[in-house]
Design a protein around this ligand. Structure first.
Ligand SMILES: Nc1ncnc2c1ncn2[C@@H]1O[C@H](COP(=O)(O)OP(=O)(O)OP(=O)(O)O)[C@@H](O)[C@H]1O
Length: 355
């Protein structure tokens, strides 16, 4: 298990990580998410003893990294896939790491095989593609057959097959009872890989909960409704009754209505009561990526000047082409000091499985 308690790191006036408290459990893939500059790499560096906390602690199996006996055999990490001597072959690079850590040379060919680099083991790594470099970095992390594995953005530069391979590798490592901690910018990727999520923004904890709970707490269920084409009166009538019922009604690019805050059976009843025929009434849920974007909206450091949220209040907006007919109850903006934990939420209607 990895445990952070009050973990804080400042670089001069810049606080990169502030008062992080979380545990990373074995037997699970834990996704570590946050926008650029959120403090993910800083946190991982402190886990590995490469940076010293300004205050607080982070321990692995109850000890700070530097006090772990034979640390490279207990903890494997991929922090920077470029951290290798480009003039050395993949095998020579791994042999060097193995020797430094007292790991038998026979393990080198094993890990080269695991990551699929056996055929290029004798080639210099400076000629490697980004994806091959990532594989070599992962091989280095696996070298000591450790129980705890940290991966900083392991799918960077990998093609779809490589991404699938990493995803399956993480799951396999976790299923063997190991602690697997993986950072990423991509919630969609984590949705398919992680069992648990730790989300940080501007160095602070924003969420610490199972992936499924994250979806339930954050996805806003909505209905897509279409009235007969060309019947503007029916459409307007429906918009009016839905708005009177407290619904938030938006238009989709294809002209359908997106209705938030009114359960499907009620929409059907309201349409029936207003004598409006429906051509479509279907349940939908927001994607996990949308939920993540909404959560971290207020904690994004770098934003294009063309982004509609640039210099705006940190509040989630629905996708752009939609025009609100009537504003419903305001969406809760996520304040930094109120991290989400695994507590039951009460969405208008819960998607059966949004993953
Ligand atoms: N050595 C350092 N000196 C000064 N500031 C630093 C240093 N390392 C990190 N920072 C700052 O701390 C903050 C967190 O950086 P960090 O690299 O940990 O974020 P990150 O979440 O890993 O970002 P990314 O996803 O872009 O890699 C950033 O504002 C960064 O500029």
């Amino acid at each position: 298990m990895i445990e952070a308690v009050g973990l804080t790191k400042s670089y001069g006036a810049k606080t990169a990580v502030y008062n992080l408290n979380f545990q990373v459990q074995p037997g699970k893939v834990t996704g570590f998410l946050g926008p650029n500059g959120a403090g993910k790499s800083t946190t991982m560096r402190m886990m590995l003893g490469l940076d010293r906390p300004t205050s607080g602690t982070v321990t692995i199996a109850g000890q700070p990294y530097h006090r772990l006996p034979n640390a490279p055999r207990q903890v494997g990490a991929l922090l920077d896939a470029n951290a290798k001597h480009g003039g050395r072959s993949a095998r020579a690079h791994l042999l060097c790491l193995a020797q430094l850590s007292g790991i038998p040379a026979s393990r080198v060919d094993e890990v080269l095989g695991i990551v699929g680099l056996q055929d290029v083991a004798g080639k210099r790594s400076k000629g490697f593609s980004l994806g091959m470099g990532q594989r070599l970095g992962i091989a280095g992390a696996l070298l000591g057959d450790p129980q705890v594995l940290l991966f900083d953005e392991p799918v960077n530069g990998l093609d779809p097959e490589g991404i699938l391979w990493v995803r399956n590798l993480m799951k396999k490592l976790a299923s063997e009872g190991r602690t697997v901690f993986v950072s990423s910018h991509l919630m969609s990727e984590m949705a398919q890989t992680a069992d648990h999520l730790i989300v940080i923004g501007r160095g602070q904890l924003m969420a610490d909960l199972p992936v499924r709970d994250f979806i339930t707490q954050n996805s806003t269920g909505f209905a897509r409704v279409r009235t007969p084409e060309g019947d503007a009166q029916a459409r307007d009538t429906l918009v009016r009754v839905l708005a009177e019922a407290g619904g938030q009604v938006l238009t989709e690019p294809d002209g359908a209505l997106k209705v938030i805050g009114v359960p499907l059976p009620r929409i059907s009843d309201l349409a029936h009561g207003a004598d409006v025929r429906l051509w479509e009434l279907s349940p939908h849920s927001a994607s996990l990526e949308e939920a993540y974007m909404r959560m971290t909206q207020g904690a994004v450091d770098y934003r294009s000047t063309q982004d509609p949220h640039h210099a705006a209040a940190p509040q989630f907006q629905q996708q752009q082409p939609q025009q609100p007919f009537q504003a419903g109850p305001p969406q809760q903006p996520y304040g930094l000091p109120q991290p989400q934990h695994a507590a039951p939420a009460q969405p208008a209607y819960t998607p059966e499985d949004a993953r």
